[in-house]
Ligand binder design. Structure first.
Ligand code: PMP
Length: 386
């Protein structure tokens, strides 16, 4: 069999777009001033930051002054929950409502806030991983300060009804946040149309650099900095600007905004080809998450009696990179809490494999996976004692 290198772990991180790499290399070589300095060197660096702010605002359909650059989506998510905690401390309500399937940067923040005595409720999801609007409604009330629901899930790709949820949050006087990290560049995301108060995202999930992200905060919405100690970002986020990375994020945003329709359709076509190819060539597979409302490049599949980690390692021997459960949970052999929240059996949650396709995958990559995977599953099942 021909051998290939196939990277299908784009939900963990993406390769930087060549356009981003070359723009960053040029900026890195030419611009080294501190973007907060008033002299020419500083102003040149500040111009790169502002260029990126405009491009990101266009992608997110908001105003440039509503964008704050952070170290990533984890920091943006933490910031939003700390703003909510601050509001609760000031007596502006007493509860936060989120879900059981958020990214660990929210799940762990919830645990931390609870340890401080803050009340957080988590709305359940149905078997497809969708937040049930009726159960969410039951959790809402005038004491809720913040509703936070992710746009698309990093493991299953399941998309939530953010526009509708935002209306429900506002109807009870709460602020609305969405973690759109996995959705950016794949489906249209609009802060205005969805009437969001806050949104988080991250450069490295849409072919930009790692270690840089975005927090959108609607003009006039409450804000307290999470990182204190400097006047950068109008006092919203201290720390010397990572000018080159921010600039690269802007270039990635511009590319994402330009190609979103083509990118969506191409990813979906490859994803569907992969899904059908697996179902046709491997007996007894379970496709996880919602197949109708789904991020176009994500396919999460369980192979009963074959273990996820063994599948991952054997695929890796053939040059194919995928992940089991969430990459963020790597190191723990716990089954995926996202799949368990949707009611999936523990054994199946243990054996899940996430294929996440991206801009640089081709149909040939998909065909290669469809060829390599069936004998691997057969081999593992023959060895299985279960
Ligand atoms: N939210 C979601 C949905 C994610 O998938 C990730 C990355 N795994 C994050 C937040 C965290 O992003 P970052 O790596 O920029 O902190």
């Amino acid at each position: 069999m021909e051998s290939r290198i196939v990277y299908m772990d784009n939900n963990a991180t993406t390769m930087m777009a060549p356009e981003v790499v070359s723009a960053m290399a040029k900026a890195e070589a030419q611009v080294y001033g501190n973007a907060s300095s008033m002299h020419t060197f500083g102003r040149k660096a500040a111009a790169l930051v502002e260029d990126a702010r405009g491009k990101v605002a266009k992608l997110l359909d908001c105003n440039a002054e509503e964008i704050t650059f952070t170290s990533g989506a984890s920091e943006a998510n933490n910031t939003v929950f700390m703003i909510a905690a601050d509001l609760i401390k000031k007596g502006r309500g007493s509860r936060i409502v989120t879900t059981t399937i958020e990214h660990p940067s929210i799940m762990e923040t919830v645990k931390y806030l609870r340890s401080l005595g803050i009340h957080v409720d988590q709305a359940p999801v149905d078997q497809e991983g969708r937040v049930r609007l009726d159960s969410l409604k039951q959790l809402l009330g005038p004491d809720v300060v913040l509703v936070s629901v992710m746009t698309g899930n990093n493991e299953t790709g399941t998309i939530q009804e953010i526009e509708q949820i935002s209306k429900m949050a506002h109807a009870c006087g709460a602020l609305m946040h969405t973690d759109a990290t996995q959705a950016i560049g794949k489906i249209p995301v609009s802060c205005k149309k969805w009437d969001l108060d806050y949104l988080s995202c991250s450069g490295h999930k849409f072919y930009g650099p790692k270690g840089v992200g975005v927090l959108y905060a609607k003009k006039g919405s409450p804000f307290v900095p999470f990182v204190h100690g400097g006047e950068q970002e109008h006092g919203r986020r201290a720390g010397t600007y990572n000018t080159t990375a921010i600039y690269g994020l802007g270039i990635a945003a511009e590319l994402a905004e330009k190609n979103i329709k083509d990118e969506h359709d191409r990813l979906w076509e490859m994803r569907e080809h992969l899904r059908k190819g697996i179902i046709e060539n491997v007996p007894n597979v379970v496709v996880n998450g919602c197949q109708e409302h789904c991020l176009p490049g994500t396919l999460d599949v369980s192979f009963p009696t074959a273990e996820g980690e063994s599948i991952l390692l054997l695929l890796d021997m053939y040059g194919i990179a995928v992940s089991t459960g969430s990459a963020c949970a790597t190191g723990s052999l716990e089954p995926s809490y996202v799949l368990l929240a949707g009611g999936l059996d523990v054994e199946l949650a243990h054996g899940s494999i996430r294929f996440s396709l991206g801009r640089y995958n081709t149909m040939e990559d998909v065909d290669y996976v469809i060829k390599v995977l069936p004998p691997i599953i057969k081999r593992l099942r023959d060895l299985s004692t279960r």
